[in-house]
Design a protein around this ligand. Structure first.
Ligand code: HEM
Ligand code: HEM
Length: 183
């Protein structure tokens, strides 16, 4: 019977949706953040506002994902996966969740303490905080570094899933990408 929770072999559709939606948003935000400095000055504040809005959507999505995850166990790894690999995979997954929360939160601090106003079309949110260089500069730097660390972990776990796929363990990738055949 079809179920929305994870089975012993695969992540369920809710976990799969959260994974791919947050992965796509993360990569889009990281790309926009990276090319931000090359955008013409006149349109920069517009694109930073887009970055902040989608960053906040990302944060809400990750909070919903984490809430779901805490109530729904992931699939168990096959018996032949050794204990160290299981622990490493779990540590990397939780480190990614923590970074997916902290990265946008630090982005919010960089945004607000630069004295910026969030444009929501007809409404504006003015946080009424004076631009404080010591705070926004450090937060901006930290925000950039956290993105790099998260990117490295995301690339690392993707390469491991591809490695397993190429060496006969297709079920690891297909557990999160159900459109890929496990055998
Ligand atoms: C996971 C979600 C996010 C990712 C992947 C991301 C990514 C990035 C990247 C790669 C940069 C460039 C960093 C550098 O070159 O040092 C950046 C800059 C920035 N981001 Fe984000 N960001 C995210 C969420 C947010 C949020 C939610 C906000 C605020 C509401 C935000 C505000 C900023 C600000 C203010 C900057 C500095 C722009 C400047 O140079 O003035 N970011 N972001
Ligand atoms: C195309 C790129 C990606 C591929 C192929 C991929 C693949 C996978 C696979 C196969 C798993 C299950 C692994 C296992 O059970 O050991 C997984 C889990 C996970 N991935 Fe990805 N991933 C990608 C991108 C990303 C990105 C960009 C992020 C974060 C920004 C991310 C965060 C996570 C997290 C947190 C988990 C743990 C899920 C859980 O158990 O709750 N992934 N990924």
């Amino acid at each position: 019977m079809a179920t929305i929770t994870s089975s012993s072999r695969r992540y369920g559709p809710v976990a799969v949706f959260f994974h791919w939606a947050s992965a796509a948003l993360f990569l889009a935000l990281a790309t926009l953040g990276q090319i931000y400095a090359t955008i013409p000055r006149e349109t920069r504040s517009f694109w930073l506002n887009v970055h902040a809005l989608f960053g906040l959507i990302f944060l809400a999505l990750v909070i919903a994902r984490l809430t779901w995850r805490l109530g729904h166990a992931p699939p168990t790894k096959p018996g032949e996966v050794n204990g160290l690999v299981r622990i490493a995979s779990s540590v990397v997954h939780w480190a990614m969740y923590i970074l997916m929360i902290f990265t946008p939160v630090i982005g919010v601090i960089a945004f607000i303490w630069h004295g910026r106003v969030l444009e929501l079309g007809i409404v504006q949110i003015d946080f009424g905080i004076q631009s404080t260089r010591a705070i926004y500069h450090s937060a901006q730097n930290l925000h950039g570094w956290l993105v790099y660390v998260l990117l490295c972990l995301a690339i690392g776990h993707t390469l491991i899933a591809i490695h397993y796929y190429l060496f006969g363990r297709r079920d690891v990738l297909s557990s999160m990408a159900p459109w890929i055949r496990a055998a």
